[in-house]
Design a protein around this ligand. Structure first.
Ligand SMILES: Nc1ncnc2c1ncn2[C@@H]1O[C@H](COP(=O)(O)OP(=O)(O)OP(=O)(O)O)[C@@H](O)[C@H]1O
Ligand SMILES: [Mg+2]
Length: 238
């Protein structure tokens, strides 16, 4: 599936009676890379989960390419090309690494597994191990690899670098950039490693208590020291 644009209009959502997101609007062109930043508890995970259809939506619209997916359940959104790698890793503990990857193939031939193993050689080494036997970082790689194998047109990544060694982080960010660059995927990235996110993205939104408090380019955010300190709680970027 080729990359598609994503349009979010006036989205409000939460959990049961608890409203978390209020009036979120943004659009991401096909093949672009959006970083979603903000301090802990500001609504980043809730935003991705809402796009994936996993929270309660009160208001607003979500349009994927030509398709309004607002009323569609989570599984149909995936069918329309939305891939979600959640912050809480989901690896099937009683399946092997390879069997976990089969789940992500979505009808593609088994030979496509090679893509996952090229991206994460560690998964190839561990392919016969059970999901339950993997380290946190390996589960992270598996969960990400499985999503990418399905060739989503819009990929939602919630802190994909968490628990990974710096050298792997760098390789992974390069791989994500390559996926977006070749026009295969539109990518939304939530990441606490702000500099990595800014190096990767071409647009940024910063959430504060469920609303967009800042939006612009990575370059303009790097220069806006006041916003960085107020919204991200860090003294400066380099
Ligand atoms: N299942 C839930 N039920 C009720 N409230 C929730 C639920 N999940 C999250 N929240 C609340 O929604 C708000 C936003 O949480 P969210 O997980 O979206 O933040 P976040 O920006 O991803 O934070 P972090 O950086 O810590 O991952 C928080 O106040 C949180 O307590
Ligand atoms: Mg989160």
């Amino acid at each position: 599936m080729p990359a598609t644009p994503l349009e979010v209009q006036n989205l409000s959502a939460g959990y049961g009676p608890t409203r978390v997101l209020e009036g979120i609007s943004f659009s991401v062109p096909a093949g672009a890379r959006l970083a979603v930043l903000g301090r802990n508890g500001m609504g980043k995970t809730t935003l991705l989960a809402t796009l994936a259809g996993q929270t309660r939506r009160y208001d607003g619209r979500i349009v994927l390419g030509e398709t309004d997916v607002t009323a569609l359940p989570s599984a149909s959104r995936a069918w329309h090309g939305l891939g979600f790698v959640p912050q809480a890793r989901c690896v099937f503990p009683t399946l092997t690494v390879e069997e976990n990857l089969f789940v992500g193939l979505k009808g593609r031939p088994k030979s496509a597994l090679q893509e996952a193993y090229e991206m994460f050689p560690r998964l190839y080494e561990r392919r016969r191990n059970l999901g339950s036997q993997l380290s946190g970082g390996e589960q992270q790689m598996l969960s990400t690899a499985r999503s990418i194998l399905g060739r989503p047109s819009v990929l939602l990544l919630d802190e994909p670098l968490e628990g990974l060694a710096p050298v792997i982080c760098e390789e992974l960010m390069k791989a994500f950039a390559e996926l977006a660059r070749t026009g295969d995927m539109t990518i939304l990235l939530v990441e606490q490693r702000i500099q990595s996110a800014l190096d990767f993205a071409d647009q940024v939104i910063v959430l504060e208590r469920g609303r967009i408090a800042w939006s612009g380019t990575p370059d303009s955010l790097s220069k806006d020291h006041a916003a960085v300190e107020r919204l991200l709680g860090v003294g400066g970027l380099h």
